[in-house]
Design a protein around this ligand. Structure first.
Ligand SMILES: [Zn+2]
Length: 170
C-alpha cells in the first residue's frame, strides 16, 4: 500500500539485495526458488512480534495490504490472501511488498517529506525492490529467462520482466 508523503532512510538496490540475501539465509531458505510468503506470514511473522489480520473487502476497500507499524499488524484483504494461498503471482508480490514495509520501515526510519522524494528514499520503491529481490534473488535467478522466473519463482510476467531487466541491464 502507498505510504503518502513520507521519506525513509536511504537504501540502494544493492543494500536491499544484501538484506534480502541475509534474511533468506537466516530462514534457511537460500536455495528455495519459490519463496513461501504465505507460510512465512502465518508461521514466522508472529514469532517476530508481528500479527496479521485478514479483513473483508468492505473493510479495506481498494487497499490490498496495509502495514501498521505502530500496532505491529499486517492487514491483508481476504481476496488477496485467498489468491496468494492458491499461488496467484500478483497477490504473492503484494504480500512480499508489505513484508518489505514491515522489515525496512520501522517508525523511526520514516519521516514526512517535503517536495519530491528520490527513489532510494521512497518507501514504495524500496518495498517493490524488496519484493522483487525476495521472490527472485540475483544469485538464484540471474541465469533464468523471464518464463523460468515466472514458473520457478511464482512471479507475474510484469514482475519477472522487471527483475530480468535489472539483472541484464535492460
Ligand atoms: Zn507499499
Amino acid at each position: 500500500m502507498r505510504m503518502p508523503n513520507v521519506s525513509v532512510e536511504p537504501m540502494s538496490r544493492k543494500s536491499i539485495r544484501e538484506f534480502v540475501n541475509k534474511f533468506r539465509q537466516l530462514l534457511g531458505l537460500e536455495d528455495v526458488r519459490y519463496f513461501p510468503i504465505v507460510q512465512f506470514i502465518e508461521w514466522y511473522l508472529p514469532q517476530l512480534g508481528m500479527n496479521y489480520e485478514i479483513l473483508t473487502i468492505a473493510e479495506m476497500n481498494d487497499v490490498y495490504g496495509l502495514t501498521n507499524m505502530k500496532k505491529n499488524v499486517l492487514y491483508i484483504r481476504e481476496d488477496v490472501y485467498c489468491r496468494a494461498v492458491k499461488g496467484n503471482p500478483r497477490d504473492r508480490f503484494t504480500l512480499c511488498h508489505e513484508l518489505g514495509h514491515f522489515l525496512l520501515h520501522a517508525p523511526e526510519r520514516v519521516s514526512f517529506a517535503r517536495g519530491k522524494i528520490p527513489a532510494y528514499r521512497d518507501p514504495e520503491w524500496q518495498a517493490n525492490v524488496f519484493a522483487g529481490e525476495l521472490m527472485a534473488p540475483y544469485y538464484l535467478t540471474c541465469c533464468m529467462s523471464v518464463d523460468e522466473m515466472m514458473e520457478e519463482c511464482g512471479m507475474s510476467r510484469q514482475a519477472a520482466k522487471i527483475q530480468y531487466g535489472v539483472y541484464h541491464g535492460k
